[in-house]
Design a protein around this ligand. Structure first.
Ligand code: AMP
Length: 196
């Protein structure tokens, strides 16, 4: 089983790459941002709780996020692996994920971090905002807040998996296909290592 974390700041291309990766490797894509937006769209209690944090560019509390993630993983046991996108965003989330997978006899294979500089991120997200309609994509102050939250609360997750040699870095600037080739190269190397 290959279980990947697609990591990087908002707008670094995680969702775009995840869509291509699930096609190639047959993995289940779990994006906590998408799950929250689905709940919000249906006005569920979970969606209403998440909304206030998302609109401000802040993280939804760990207990809420971890509970939702766990439900999604538990509901999809028969997969050849998972691509986690936008999760974990804090060290407690990473610890909870490791425990959840461990209970099932699995583990994270690698964290793949996409590196993109701040000004490129702001440009990309404002462009995405035109079609995504997301409130948090259409306000530069909120976008900068999300980048700061990534630096202050999320970047430590890279170091967390780096301790066990699982964190890998990829340049997130370039063509979508070029970046996809680089990520695929990493995954193929992992698969070969797993099969030996
Ligand atoms: P995303 O689509 O991944 O950029 O996420 C959009 C927003 O959803 C974030 O700015 C957070 O408010 C919330 N969110 C998504 N994933 C998480 C997570 N793992 N932990 C906390 N909040 C999250």
């Amino acid at each position: 089983m290959i279980n990947l974390i697609l990591f990087g700041p908002p707008g670094s291309g995680k969702g775009t790459q995840a869509t291509k990766l699930i096609e190639k490797y047959g993995l289940l894509h779990i994006s906590t941002g998408d799950l929250f937006r689905y709940e919000m769209g249906n006005n569920t209690p979970l969606g209403l709780e998440a909304k206030s944090f998302m609109e401000k560019g802040e993280l939804v509390p760990d207990t809420v996020t971890i509970g939702m993630l766990k439900n999604k993983v538990d509901a999809n046991p028969d997969v050849s692996g998972y691509i986690f996108d936008g999760f974990p965003r804090t060290v407690p989330q990473a610890e909870a994920l490791d425990l959840l997978l461990q209970e099932k006899g699995h583990a994270i294979s690698a964290l793949i971090a996409l590196h993109v500089d701040d000004e490129e991120i702001v440009k990309r997200i404002l462009t995405r905002g035109v079609s995504s309609g997301r409130a948090d994509d259409n306000d530069e102050a909120i976008i900068r807040k999300r980048i700061n939250v990534y630096k202050s609360e999320t970047s430590q997750v890279f170091d967390f998996y780096d301790k066990t040699g699982k964190s890998k870095s990829i340049n997130g600037i370039g063509s979508i296909d070029e970046i996809f080739e680089n990520i695929s190269g990493l995954i193929d190397a992992l698969s070969i290592a797993e099969n030996n």
